[in-house]
Design a protein around this ligand. Structure first.
Ligand SMILES: [Zn+2]
Length: 50
């Protein structure tokens, strides 16, 4: 089971999504700010085949 996490960067204010097997922190792909926590998570079963 995978979840699509929605992140919001506290540094640059942009958003991105990433698919993980669990909720976890991610680095901002725009400015490189580290350890952003997901602000939303949803099931990602049908799309995003690794
Ligand atoms: Zn950022």
């Amino acid at each position: 089971m995978h979840v699509r996490n929605v992140y919001h960067c506290a540094e640059c204010g942009r958003e991105w999504t990433d698919v993980w097997c669990a909720q976890c922190d991610d680095d901002c792909p725009h400015c490189g700010a580290r350890h952003n926590s997901p602000c939303k998570s949803e099931d990602a079963e049908e799309s995003n085949h690794e």
